[in-house]
Design a binder for this molecule. Structure first.
Ligand code: F6R
Length: 241
């Protein structure tokens, strides 16, 4: 595990964007695993800036997103499909046909999870997976539990996650209760994993995840076992370690 200490959110975002852009430059048809939420927005903003300057080319890049709310799709403003278009895809030269996100509109969980796992397999796995860290230690929507779930699965969101994500919705009751998420095995099989974390509110969970025992009760703790894991965090998020 490597830790990059950043001064603040903007610095964290630039550091993470540097790692991602190096990946794209070295392997122009790489597979990027992408995340949503507040943490990666600055990283995407930086990548867009470098794309506009002509420094990075996304023409051949393929992407797989971590997760999507069950019931939401591209016509829903709060869907992760729309998030990705708004915060990255619509501002770079990526071919949308090369971008993959679980289909929250498929009510058949088994067929959707099998389909998504086969998308990841067909792409040949993930070269670089970008992650945020949930306040309860979740990665993707792999919530704390009794065991690590291997592949893509449907998950009931924890009350903590629903409460943390209500800021993106008009009311807490609007937050979907279920999501499709990549599994821990999909994430652990990525060649390289980069996590962005900022803010004092995440300091305790950063300590528990990366300086505590490896346990499915803190899903991110499994990353201690990854062969190429980089935590890019600002000083506030690292204040407990
Ligand atoms: C989003 C995702 C989640 C978030 C996590 C942190 O695709 O997979 O695990 O990364 O909930 O969210 P923020 O960055 O909003 O604190």
């Amino acid at each position: 595990m490597r830790i990059i200490r950043a001064k603040d959110y903007d610095h964290m975002s630039r550091q993470a964007a540097n790692i991602i852009s190096a990946q794209v430059i070295l392997k122009p048809d790489c597979v990027l695993g992408l995340a949503t939420g507040s943490s990666p927005i600055g990283t995407y903003r930086q990548l867009i800036e470098w794309y506009k300057k002509g420094d990075i080319d996304f023409e051949r890049v393929r992407t797989v997103n971590l997760d999507e709310y069950v019931g939401l799709g591209c016509s829903d403003e709060q869907s992760y499909t729309r998030f990705m278009r708004r915060n990255l895809f619509d501002s770079i030269n990526i071919d949308l046909a090369n971008t993959h996100i679980p289909n929250g509109k498929n009510p058949d969980a088994k067929s959707e999870c099998d389909r998504y796992d086969s998308v990841i397999r067909t792409l040949g796995g993930i070269d670089l997976q970008l992650l945020g860290l949930g306040p309860n230690g979740h990665i993707g929507f792999n919530e704390p539990g009794e065991c690590f779930q291997k592949g893509t699965h449907m998950v009931a969101l924890s009350s903590e996650t629903i409460s943390a994500n209500k800021r993106f919705f008009e009311a807490e009751s609007d937050v979907p209760r279920f999501a499709y998420t990549m599994g821990i095995c999909d994430i652990m099989q990525a060649q390289r994993v980069v996590m962005v974390v900022s803010g004092a509110a995440k300091a305790d969970i950063v300590k528990a995840a990366f300086f505590g025992p490896i346990t499915p009760k803190v899903p991110a703790s499994v990353l201690q076992l990854h062969r190429d894991f980089t935590l890019v965090a600002d000083e506030d998020a690292l204040s407990m370690i």
